[in-house]
Write a protein that binds this ligand. Structure first.
Ligand code: AZC
Length: 830
């Protein structure tokens, strides 16, 4: 049987794979050839980084092979395709993920060993592709992995920012932002397609023309740039399917202003040309506020225009009737960032393809689906009318026309309810500047609007999009987010992966994650628990070494590792965590020596970036450092409590931190986290959750049971009433004491922290830290109690992993495919 399995595996992944061979000798020859001819170093002398470069080019060759096969197969079969439009993708590193999905990790590890290199060491040479900010961007990356693995005929489209997410550097406890020039050392994971490029237009005027007696609008642009494609192959796991993530980079256009050259101002003409590249230069670092900046709008349109030209060209290669477009194309809008696509498709259909408005509109309404990733109405994107009119004059007209038709239709349905009409209008007339509401445009034109968790949909229906929900209840759905177990267990926690496969007797869970449920059977098994604990301990050792290297703080492996890593936001309440830590410190200090023995030692770990202009978030980072300074240097406290801030949090850091955590915190004020996905990564890795009943946590509770978690705090429906009560709420003396300590300078920087204290006291306490504090402490106390009983803790840990199956993007994507996109698998034959 084993022989049969091996032969099958060889057939699937091994020696017979494509044109390139995967036996150790072929791989070695391949790597050495790349050392010599790609990296241009001698095959007899090269360092780890050069070995990494050669190795990744060798992997890339194999990806390209499968990419070709997959694309040719899609072309031949001509299925309905999904185009996934997202301005952000947090891909992280590619090497390990690629070789694991290709099924040739061990082949490479063996080949490298014989050359004197260690695969893991080389993998560490790779930098992160951080073309995004937070949850939304990582979700897009996880979804690409699932789309490939489930064999869906999909492509992702995004922007190839030269500067991705800023590097967070901490100096004296303050966050500083530095550019992340991630392309400095080349990027072997992309394929530059110099021949796939499209002109993108900006500014100018709209004129009229007459063709066959019909009037048409013509947009005469004032500026043109070229969008050049960079393809990033995304391999599925256990399949040959390898899909594409096409990222656009801006280049000067060939057709620009000849006049400047002719007038002799050659140098300036070239300098101006070069400015085109700034469009795809930098990722906006704020994940929640939209400032209506021209460059950002330019990025959005640049992305949308290039992607749609590419999509429509591909469609026209095989089809000559746009009526069939909805049978062949699904366009997914990831938040409102790509929503200009709606106006752009209308423009192309009406102005360039000369379809009537009504025919064009009919098609548009069948191809777009929209997922929103936020809850707060103030976070919904708005574009000043004047800005849009100057940059994209024709699109402004089109949006006005869409709105005018919609308003007419709406009046017929709801009558002259002017306040509702004005709320639902795409144009926001109130306020000092007129704005385009991108969310309203997206809801009106999409056939489906999705939330990212069940509770998120409830809030969309009853608050954010209430008016729209009443009009079109059938449009509104939800697909609870997920994460990919390939990245978050197989790549980042190989020991746990091996242990799970051993006890389940199969690796099938890597594609069918519901099988993890089988672990429940062994949750109390002493042998299994022993092995589980050992794996977790090794991961903690790895994390402790990293912490010491980053911060100089030595931590005890026996302590509970308590982690909160995510973007810094008031609603995510890192401040609640810090106030809890100070309280713990305060209690230890005031304890009798003999009582200290009962304290469960903790290592508190916080990490995350604050948007550069977000003052309060930056103060939270500083407070964390100030508190850490005090606690970590207090000899009376020792190993009972440590606090460390992990700088420059990104995907690779998460891959190290998540498997090494005992407890993780997801403590947003209920009703503020649309879903959350960090909770799912920790859950899969057997880390217990201390959380509020918010976003997807509500569904996690259903899957693994409240008794296996530490849940606290106000519930979603209680929050508005509690807030209205303001300072009439019951005060917490313990909370007040800690805030006073901060305010009075116990941690230094007295004046600097004043505004932080204001933000959590009395009526200022918008996110209800004080209200939730007592129950937070109770949850923390239960966590301590559970940790002391290691048998129980380990059982809870196993049950967390066992119950995490629902939170795979495989499930999310399968749901989208069926009930939103209407696409089916298209599996490339072996
Ligand atoms: C995030 C939400 O805050 C988070 O709750 C959700 O899990 C995630 O999207 C994925 O759906 N939103 C963002 O990251 N938003 C932006 C603009 O970055």
């Amino acid at each position: 049987k084993a022989g049969e399995r091996k032969a099958k595996a060889e057939r699937l992944f091994g020696l017979m794979d494509g044109f390139l061979k995967n036996d150790p000798l072929s791989l070695q020859t391949d790597i050495l050839d790349h050392v010599e001819y790609t990296v241009a170093r001698s095959r007899f002398s090269f360092d780890d980084f050069e070995a990494y470069q050669a190795l990744s080019h060798s992997v890339r060759d194999r990806l390209i092979e499968r990419w070709h096969e997959t694309q040719q197969y899609f072309k031949r079969k001509d299925p309905k395709r999904l185009y996934f439009l997202s301005l952000e993708f947090l891909m992280g590193r590619s090497l390990s993920n690629s070789v694991i999905n290709l099924g040739i990790r061990d082949h490479y590890a063996d080949a490298l060993k014989q050359l004197g290199f260690d695969f893991e060491v080389l993998a560490e040479q790779e930098g992160d592709a951080a073309l995004g900010n937070g949850g939304l961007a990582r979700l897009s990356a996880c979804q690409m992995d699932s789309l490939a693995t489930l064999d869906f005929p999909a492509w992702g489209y995004g922007l190839r920012y030269q500067y991705g997410s800023f590097r967070q550097v901490i100096l004296d406890g303050f966050q500083h932002e530095q550019p992340d020039y991630w392309l400095n050392f080349g990027n072997p994971w992309e394929i530059e397609r110099v021949h796939v490029s499209y002109p993108v237009k900006f500014y100018g005027t709209v004129e009229e023309d007459i063709l066959n007696g019909q009037k048409y609008k013509i947009w005469v642009p004032g500026e043109m740039v070229e969008a050049v494609a960079y393809d990033n192959p995304i391999p599925g796991y256990g399949t040959r399917n390898t899909i594409n993530l096409r990222l656009w980079a801006a280049k000067p256009s060939g057709q620009d202003d000849m006049e400047s050259y002719n007038t002799g101002d050659y140098i300036n003409a070239i300098v101006n040309r070069q400015k085109a590249e700034t469009i795809s230069c930098v990722l906006y670092p704020d994940d929640r506020s939209y400032q209506g900046k021209e460059l950002r709008l330019k990025q959005h349109y640049f992305f949308v225009s290039a992607s749609l030209q590419d999509i429509i060209r591909r469609f026209k290669e095989e089809h000559n009737n746009f009526e069939t477009l909805p049978d062949k194309v699904a366009l997914q809008l990831t938040d409102t960032h790509p929503s200009l696509a709606i106006a752009e498709v209308m423009r192309v259909f009406v102005d360039e393809e000369h379809l009537s408005w009504n025919r064009a509109w009919d098609i548009v309404c069948k191809i777009f689906s929209f997922t929103t990733h936020t809850i707060q109405p103030e976070a919904l994107e708005k574009i000043p009318v004047d800005l849009l009119g100057s940059l994209l004059p024709r699109h402004l007209q089109i949006i006005y026309d869409i709105n005018c038709n919609f308003m007419e239709e709406l009046k017929k349905k709801i009558g002259l309810d002017y306040s509702r009409l004005s709320r639902m209008s795409i144009i926001e007339e109130e306020g000092p500047v007129k704005n385009i509401r991108m969310a309203n445009l997206s809801v009106i034109c999409s056939h489906t609007v999705n939330g990212v968790s069940r509770i998120h949909l409830e809030l969309l229906k009853t608050k954010v999009f209430k008016d729209f929900y009443e009009l079109w209840p059938q449009k509104f759905q939800y697909k609870t987010n997920g994460v990919t177990q390939r990245r978050w267990i197989v790549v980042s926690n190989p020991n746990l992966c091996a242990l799970i496969s051993k006890w389940l007797g199969t690796e099938a869970w890597i594609r069918n994650v519901d099988l993890l449920m089988g672990l429940r059977e062994y949750a109390a098994d002493a042998d299994f628990q022993q092995e589980w604990k050992l794996v977790r301990r090794l991961n903690k050792i790895r994390l402790a070494e990293y912490i010491e290297a980053m911060s100089g703080v030595k931590v005890s492996i026996d302590a509970m590792f308590d982690v909160q890593i995510k973007r810094i936001h008031e609603y995510k309440r890192q401040l609640l965590n810090l106030i809890g830590i100070i309280h713990r410190y305060d209690c230890i200090k005031n304890m009798e020596k003999s009582d200290r023995r009962k304290v469960v030692p903790r290592v508190c770990i916080i990490g995350g970036k604050a948007a550069p202009g977000y003052e309060i978030a930056k103060k939270i980072i500083k407070l964390c450092h100030a508190v850490a300074e005090k606690i970590n240097n207090d000899p009376g406290v020792g190993d009972l409590l440590k606090l460390v801030f992990i700088p420059d949090y990104n995907v690779s850091v998460a891959e190290l931190v998540v498997p090494g955590s005992d407890l993780s915190q997801h403590i947003s004020t209920a009703g503020y986290e649309a879903s959350g996905t960090g909770n799912m990564k920790f859950l899969m890795n057997g880390c217990l959750l201390l959380a509020t009943a918010d976003g997807s946590t509500v569904e996690i509770i259903e899957e693994i049971g409240e008794e296996n978690m530490f849940i606290f705090g106000a519930k979603v429906h209680e929050v508005p009433t509690l807030r209205d009560k303001g300072s009439a709420r019951k005060p917490s003396l313990q909370f007040a004491r800690i805030v006073r300590m901060i305010r009075e300078g116990y941690f230094g920087f007295k004046d600097y922290f004043g505004s932080l204290c204001d933000a959590v006291e009395g009526n200022g306490d918008f996110y209800l830290l004080e209200h939730d504090f007592e129950s937070y402490l109770e949850a923390q106390a239960s966590a301590d109690k559970a940790f002391v009983d290691q048998k129980r803790w380990t059982q809870m840990s196993i049950l967390s992993t066992a119950g995490s199956g629902k939170f795979s993007t495989d499930r999310t994507i399968a749901e989208y495919a069926e009930s939103t996109w209407g696409i089916e698998p298209c599996k490339c034959p072996f």
